[in-house]
Design a protein around this ligand. Structure first.
Ligand SMILES: C[S@@+](CC[C@H](N)C(=O)[O-])C[C@H]1O[C@@H](n2cnc3c(N)ncnc32)[C@H](O)[C@@H]1O
Length: 286
């Protein structure tokens, strides 16, 4: 075979390969309308524990802003429906996202919409029960369920990494007060930050070990009370947001401010007393 023949065969087979690739891309491409060919969901249709009603687009955007979703986040929508919250998290905020949806027809539709919106590299909708599927690696959890379902999920959510953000359309978490609320023409949304578990007896020691402060913390979700110092003065100006804990107390007439990061049974603190700030390390003894 001449060199010319070899080249023309190679060109022909490369052309055939390109044509095949192009044809298969066209065949697998879809737009939103194509996704509804086999199944058209209807608002109010039954679901396992709650019916499907989609969140309004503008409210989806407000909810994701409220949760300060960013590209480093992994957003889980529990009860994902047509996947719109998971899709918006990836498309509009650059996050990775997962939707958990029980109804297999909705899962198929949602995954088709994921492709149509061009976010298949960042988003997937999985078929599963929100009470049985692990979502512990989420940094943001979104919900549009029912009050009693939120309450059933609450113990799992409270065990998530401190700082995990949760936003719920319409429904609260019983007596766990939200950190923020929003009211719009399209409904209400509530926002929480999972608090670190800080309750207990702590000893904060200065880096040079010359000083120690005993602190007793009591906790109801993100609300913290307690006492500190030799005279067990009540804590004031307390705040707990995720792992960030702050409080003040009066130490024999000198105001003391503690700003700490809690990590399990340890905390790294900056203690300001009489205008001077020093590093302390806290350990929990029980
Ligand atoms: C009110 S819709 C919300 C849909 C979507 N999150 C939104 O805001 O547009 C609730 C969804 O949860 C699904 N669902 C109900 N019980 C479920 C369960 N146990 N596990 C997973 N999905 C469930 C329903 O099929 C429905 O699609």
């Amino acid at each position: 075979m001449s060199t010319r023949q070899v080249w023309s065969r190679a060109v022909a087979s490369t052309g055939a390969l390109l044509l095949f690739c192009f044809a298969s891309t066209v065949a697998s491409a879809n737009n939103r309308e194509d996704c509804y060919r086999d199944f058209q969901p209807s608002s109010g249709q039954p679901g396992k524990d709650v019916v499907w009603v989609p969140t309004n687009d503008a409210l989806v955007d407000r909810m994701l802003r409220m949760a300060q979703v960013k590209p480093t986040d992994l957003v889980y929508d529990l009860g994902a429906g047509d996947g719109k919250i998971a899709i918006a998290a990836a498309r509009d905020f650059g996050a990775r996202s997962v939707g958990i949806e029980y109804n297999p027809e909705m899962v198929k539709l949602a995954n088709c919409l994921v492709k149509a919106e061009g976010v298949a590299g960042k988003t997937k909708i999985i078929q599963g029960d929100i009470f049985e599927t692990d979502f512990s690696n989420a940094t943001v959890v979104t919900l549009y369920l029912l009050p009693e379902l939120n309450l059933r999920l609450r113990p799992t959510i409270l065990k998530m990494k401190p700082g995990t953000r949760v936003v719920s359309h319409s429904f609260l978490m019983d007596d766990w007060e939200p950190d923020e609320r929003l009211s719009s023409d399209h409904g209400q949304a509530y926002f929480w930050v999972v608090p670190a578990q800080v309750e207990g007896n702590w000893t904060l020691r200065s880096a040079d070990s010359k000083d120690a402060i005993d602190v007793r913390l009591e906790q109801t979700f993100q609300q913290v009370t307690g006492t500190a110092g030799e005279t067990k003065r009540s804590l004031t100006k307390t705040s707990l947001r995720g792992d960030a804990l702050e409080f003040s107390f009066d130490d024999n007439g000198t105001p003391v401010r503690v700003v700490a990061r809690v990590n399990g049974d340890k905390m790294d603190a900056q203690v300001t007393r009489g205008g001077k700030t020093r590093k302390y390390v806290g350990t929990r003894s029980g």
